[in-house]
Design a protein around this ligand. Structure first.
Ligand code: HEM
Ligand code: HEM
Length: 141
């Protein structure tokens, strides 16, 4: 493929995922607001509604970023795993987000253990995404 187009797509991939990162932080804060209010004995239903309804969208965006990254490296180098750490971290992110989606479907107010796991997996997503941004910028710049 035309190398100039690939060079542009690398920036598009970076800009897209940087945007997803910002949206993810806003989305995660709604989740932590739900948790804080629940532990304080009340319920922040506005935050719960927003976190709930944006969840599937966020899941889709992370998978799109992962699949687009694989397509990009295929177009560029004709193979995947050229950057194995970045590629593996991407797969981990998509996997953890999917796990959190599944966990969210099993959540109830009575059984709080699933909520604790969901929250921990969510934290892992945030840490991994931060590392992924640094790794990605290291490859790009
Ligand atoms: C970065 C990823 C995520 C973080 C940091 C996060 C964080 C949280 C936290 C802290 C809670 C409150 C749990 C509690 O009450 O103790 C929560 C609840 C919830 N999360 Fe997430 N979450 C993430 C991803 C997702 C995804 C991908 C989905 C669904 C597609 C989702 C759906 C839900 C639902 C439905 C609830 C219950 C809200 C309610 O009480 O109505 N979360 N999340
Ligand atoms: C700001 C954040 C990011 C930047 C700057 C970035 C940058 C890059 C760059 C420059 C490449 C190499 C493309 C090439 O040489 O043709 C790449 C590959 C890739 N990216 Fe990202 N990326 C970011 C976030 C992400 C995220 C969040 C995911 C997954 C959800 C992801 C998944 C991938 C994958 C799977 C590859 C191919 C790795 C391989 O198999 O060699 N990237 N990224």
């Amino acid at each position: 493929m035309d190398q100039q187009a690939v060079a542009l797509l690398r920036y598009v991939h970076g800009a897209f995922n940087l945007t997803v990162f910002v949206v993810l932080i806003i989305f995660a804060r709604w989740g932590f607001r739900v948790r804080r209010s629940r532990l304080a004995g009340s319920r922040d239903s506005a935050a719960a509604r927003k976190h709930r309804s944006a969840g599937v969208l966020l899941l889709g965006l992370v998978w799109m970023g992962y699949l687009a990254g694989n397509m990009l490296i295929l177009l560029d180098k004709g193979k995947i795993w050229e950057y194995p750490v970045h590629g593996l971290a991407g797969l981990g992110l998509a996997g953890f987000m999917t796990l959190n989606y599944v966990l969210s479907r099993k959540m109830t107010m009575e059984v709080t253990s699933i909520r604790d796991v969901h929250q921990r997996v969510g934290r892992a997503v945030l840490v991994l995404f931060s590392a992924q941004v640094l790794l990605g910028l290291g490859i790009l710049l």
